[in-house]
Every structure is written in structure tokens, then in C-alpha cells.
Design a protein around this ligand. Structure first.
Ligand SMILES: [Zn+2]
Length: 70
């Protein structure tokens, strides 16, 4: 076992997408063609479940759903 001088202390990395975040309840990223915002079925649009952020919509109360044509 060698004890090399690790000069790497980078803690800032793996930055997720800055703006467009897809929540578990989203069908696609916001702005995707053929999709639209819909009320989150889990929290009924409140964004909260038992005073906690709804995990389905990320606390937004809105999910992105594919638009069913006709
Ligand atoms: Zn929700």
C-alpha cells in the first residue's frame, strides 16, 4: 500500500442540468413538444404531501404529461 499525496479535493462536481429538471412524475422535460403541464396526481397540485415536498413533482405541484391526442 502506497500512501501517495492525493492533491485532489474537488468537491464541486457532477452538476446536474441547471434549469430543466425532470421530476419522477414527469413524462418529459418541460418544453418538450407534445407534452404539457398537468396537475400532479399525487399531491393534487399542492406540491406537498404531509407537509413534505411531493417527490413525484418535486414540490411543484405540476408534472409534465404527454398530451393524448383526441
Ligand atoms: Zn406532486
Amino acid at each position: 500500500m502506497t500512501q501517495g499525496p492525493s492533491n485532489e479535493s474537488g468537491a464541486s462536481g457532477t452538476a446536474a442540468s441547471p434549469a430543466e429538471q425532470v421530476n419522477p412524475g414527469d413524462d418529459a422535460a418541460p418544453g418538450t413538444a407534445g407534452t404539457g403541464e398537468d396537475v400532479c396526481p399525487d399531491c393534487q397540485g399542492s406540491g406537498k404531501i404531509d407537509d413534505q415536498d411531493c417527490q413525484n413533482c418535486g414540490g411543484t405541484g405540476i408534472v409534465i404529461q404527454g398530451l393524448a391526442g383526441g
